[in-house]
Every structure is written in C-alpha cells, then in structure tokens.
Design a protein around this ligand. Sequence first.
Ligand code: ZN
Ligand code: ZN
Length: 411
Amino acid sequence: MTADRVLLLIIDGVSDRPCPDLQNLTPLQAAKTPVLDRIAADGICGIMDTIAPGIRPGSDTSHLSLLGYPPESCYTGRGPLEAVGTGILMEPGMIGFRCNYATLDNAGKVIDRRAGRIHDTADLTRAVMEEVDLSPFGIEVLFRSGTGHRAALAFRGRGLGACVSSNDPKKDGVSRPPFRPLRDSPADTKTADALDSFVRQVDAILAEHPLNRDRNKRGLAPANTILIRGAGEMGNFPPFSERYGLSGSVIAAATLINGIGTAVGLRRVPVAGATGSTDTNLSGKVDATLTELETQDFVLINIKGADEAGHDGNAAEKRDFIERIDAAIEPFLSVEGLLLVVCADHSTPCSIRDHSADPVPLVIRGDGVRTDAVRSYDEIACAQGGLNRIPGSALMPIICDLINRTTKYGA
Ligand code: ZN
Ligand code: ZN
C-alpha cells in the first residue's frame, strides 16, 4: 500500500534551544505529546535546514523553500505576498506593499502606528478604493483590509519599480519620511511619486470620514493615515498543481502564509476563529483539514501560536500550547491513505525571542514508509532518525516519491 494524499503540518517556530525555565529541555521535549510521539514511532524522522545550514529563515522564505520554490529566485519581498493574502489578484510585474492604518496628530506627527489597534477598517478601505485616483500615473490601485490595523496595497501599471523607501517612521512621535527611489531609475521614481500622491489623497479622505469623526468623539485614535512598507514586484510562481500534479489547499491564519499558498495556486480555506495566536481555533483548523483531505491531494496547515510564544520568550506557554496542538491533531492518525508530514518552518528559541537557523525536527508517517528507532518528536530525538539531516528543498521530492508521483531519473 502507498499513501495517496499528503498532509503537511507546519508547526510554526515550534523548535527551540534548551530552556533554563524547563530544566534545559526544549519546549517540545518538555511537553507531553503522545500523538506526535506516536507519529515519530510509526514514521521516519530527521532534522531539516528549511533553507540551508546557518540561514535564519523568515516564515515566508521558509514556506516557499518547503513547497519547492527557491526563495533566492522566487522571493521579492513581503509586500506582494501580503497583498495576495488579503485577496488581491497579483499578476507578475505588479507592485505590492504592506500597510498599517495609523494616527497622525495635527502637526503631522505619527502618534500611533496602529491607530488604536483599530479592528474594522472595511468602511475606510472602501472609501480609499472608491476615491483615490492614480490615473494620471497610468496606475490602477488595489487596496484591501487585512487583520486588525493591517492592509495591503498594489499598483498595476507600466514602468513601475519596487526599489522605494517606506513612509513608516517605525516609532511614534515623529513625522513620516517621504517616499524615495532607492536607485536612480525612472521606474522607482514613478512609484515613489505615485505613493506620495496616494498618501496625500488618503489623508484627505480619511480626515473627513464619518468613522474617524466618530472615533474622535469617543476618544479613540482615528485611523487618519496609512503607513506603507515592504515594496516588492510580484514574481512568477509556476502553479503547484503543474509542478507536482497534485491539487491542494492551504489552511493558515497568517495573511502572509495564505498569500504564499495562493501565489502557488493552493486553495485558501478560511477558518472562523483562526487567530495565529495561542488562543486560535485549533479544532476548527483540524476539522477544515479533514474536510479538505476528502477532495484534495495535498493540504498545508500552518499553526502559528508556538512561534508567537517563542517571540515572547515564554517557554512554559510554548510547552503548554504544544500539548494542546498534540491533543487536537489526534484525528489525523486515522485518515486512510495519508502521508502525514510534521515539521516546523524554522526554530524560534525563547532565549533569543526570534528565529534561528537551528534545524527543525521532521517526521513522515504513512503506508509503506520506512521507520527508524526514533520514538519521540523533538529536536534531539529526531536527529537520530533515518532521514538524517536534509535541506528544505528536498522535502517535496521526498514526499512525491513516497506517494509514487515521481518519474524515474535515467533508464
Ligand atoms: Zn514561521
Ligand atoms: Zn516568527
């Protein structure tokens, strides 16, 4: 028997270094994880440099690498992928940006980079989309709300460059720097000029918007400007279905991961209550995954909360969230014909509160897959496994081979 469907479970940032708060165990070692340990015992284990040894990955570059899209050639910045993740249809050559709604005081200084953590920006975004006009630049504007105070912007037009600076001062109490071309090129200059015009129009629209007048009255920070960063030109992503002959879905809370999945042609499956934090709707994501596996060849599910606990330096919270994930994923054990792949996209050690290049533990379990002597899923045990140490770029070829979807190299 051979598995015919693939579930790639990426537990974001789950791997770690020894934590003094946990008697120098990693959170994965300290957590009670009977389900993950069962998967490790049944399957073949190893450790993986998701990009390459010593390269400290972002979640975006590592997910691209694991899906078989080399970030060295595919990654053009976070902006275009965030834009895809908010639902903007990005075509190759379009320029994408990440945005924040923010608050300016009367003197034009940024006093809150998150506009009082405003939630519902749909009305503001609609007003911007309806009223902003960059036709003098030959540019079509696409602008969408993201989660909370976040949003994304895209320009479609000829002769646009992506090497432009940001107007985000990165701290409160100072004025916004102007957009500048970062190279001496007409294309970058055109984009910078168009961004200037965009923000000037946006400031006028938002100042008069009823939602902001209401926020002013209620003593809330008005969302009266937009800060823009992360400019990038949308790259060309050959569809996943053509690369591997597999249909697929993506289930994630983070806009960026949804953007990557959508960019490579995976179907995005929204889940109510998926927050990207440790309070996320785990069972909702697991149920959605089980449903997708009924019709799709490949499902990518990303669970984010462990990464957040790592960034907070909270080893106990990370351990506890790992135990909740473990309990939630038990239904995956009984899916027939499933190749179950569990890994992280990078380590997020509590000791450094950021991503590190430490390799991540990997396990693959399914019908016909060899096993090894590893009996628990953690950074140290998996290093003894039969997959040894592999680069992230090897993951999809190994997966495709284990479901008999590769063609022979040679005679
Ligand atoms: Zn990540
Ligand atoms: Zn992170």
